[in-house]
Design a protein around this ligand. Structure first.
Ligand SMILES: Nc1ncnc2c1ncn2[C@@H]1O[C@H](COP(=O)(O)OP(=O)(O)O)[C@@H](O)[C@H]1O
Ligand SMILES: [Mg+2]
Length: 354
């Protein structure tokens, strides 16, 4: 059987660059080398593209930049279907696996390039990726599809600067304290704060606007944090349901990546019946947001009444060996290697029918 050439894109001009290099290292280590040829494409934090020919353990901490690299980009020209390097050489790609998180990777921009290039790729198309990345648009679509979630509102930095008092008052009245303040487009909890009073709310808006020109404010949900791994195109499936127990007041950046005391519990500590309800809802969210390939769909199960409330969706979730997505499939007997294989299969079967 002829091997399939997979372009693995890692790094990226995003605040989640470092998570991406760790994710990509394990994807490269675990992918079936009998079946796939790999072409590694690294994007620096500044947005420079290189083809990298060295070992995967050089990826974390950007050691690959000191290794065997040459300039190369994916051409938007759909007759090329691959990479053009600095000396004009072309490298054909059968399929692309973007192992990028956050801005410029998970937000539809890279997906748009791959659609222009006519190269099949793993994951949601550009529209779906963009909507899922932007928490304002995600929440608006969820409301329109009658998916239960926290009460919310959204302001952009211009309207906030023009009508600060009115915006703060409207948010207080609609949501009540504590209020979660989030950049609409970010990830890994970067720029998210929990405001307990008006001065923290105002401060939180300033912090959120450092990451994005739009902020989303949400009512605080006192609940269990639940995560679902969904995969597929027309008939997506949901693997096991997991639970996060953050070691901090909420699942902030330090609780996610620095402090080892946050716990992942698989399966989630909720009844069998509730797990079934969450899985069905995860598939509903996935379909309504136009997802294909994969996504991790996150919920809260409210402590007071057990209601399941949608929180957010990640179209390119973390892929480190300890990441929830792979673990949730492992829990239903699908290995990490098999997950990657299936994802590439979904990309190829979709082809250029985005
Ligand atoms: N409405 C909310 N109520 C309670 N906790 C929240 C709420 N929104 C976010 N959080 C907390 O903040 C964390 C990060 O928020 P999230 O919306 O998932 O952003 P990110 O895309 O950065 O992961 C969540 O995992 C949760 O711990
Ligand atoms: Mg999250």
């Amino acid at each position: 059987m002829k091997k399939i050439t997979v372009g693995i894109i890692f790094g990226g001009a995003s605040s989640e660059h470092d998570v991406s290099t760790v994710s990509a290292k394990s994807v490269i280590e675990k992918i079936d080398k009998e079946k796939y040829n790999l072409v590694l494409i690294g994007i620096t934090k500044q947005g420079e593209w290189f083809v990298y020919d060295g070992p995967s353990d050089m990826l974390p901490e950007d050691k690959w930049l000191g290794g065997s690299i040459r300039k190369g980009v994916i051409s938007p020209d759909s007759l090329v279907k691959g990479i053009v390097t600095e000396n004009g050489e072309t490298i054909h790609l059968d399929v692309v696996l973007p192992v990028l998180h956050g801005k410029n990777g998970e937000d539809g921009t890279l997906q748009g390039l791959l659609q222009l290039a006519g190269i099949p790729f793993v994951g949601c198309n550009s529209t779906s990726s963009g909507v899922c990345m932007d928490k304002h648009f995600t929440n608006a679509v969820a409301d329109s599809c009658f998916i239960s979630q926290a009460k919310w509102c959204s302001f952009n930095s211009y309207e906030f600067s023009q009508n600060k008092e009115e915006c703060l008052k409207a948010a207080e009245e609609k949501l009540g304290y504590p209020i979660f303040v989030k950049p609409a487009n970010a990830g890994s909890s970067v720029g998210i704060t929990k405001a307990h009073n008006i001065s923290e709310l105002e401060q939180g808006m300033i912090i959120a606007f450092k990451e994005d020109k739009k902020a989303v404010l949400e009512e605080n949900i006192d609940g269990l944090e639940i995560e679902c791994a969904v995969m597929g195109n027309e008939n997506p499936i949901c693997a096991e349901v997991g639970q996060i127990k953050p070691c901090n007041e909420f699942y902030d950046y330090e609780a996610k990546y620095i402090n080892p005391d946050s716990e992942l519990i698989i399966p989630a500590n909720i009844s069998e019946e509730k797990r079934k309800e969450v899985k069905e809802l995860a598939v509903k969210v996935y379909k309504n947001l136009g997802c294909e390939g994969l996504s991790r769909v996150d919920f809260f199960v409210r402590k007071s009444d057990g209601k399941v409330l949608f929180n957010e969706i990640n179209t390119l979730p973390g892929f480190t060996p300890i990441s929830m997505y792979a673990k949730l499939f492992e829990a239903v007997g699908v290995s990490y290697t098999e997950v990657i294989d299936r994802l590439i299969g979904y990309a190829i079967s979709r082809g250029d029918n985005y």
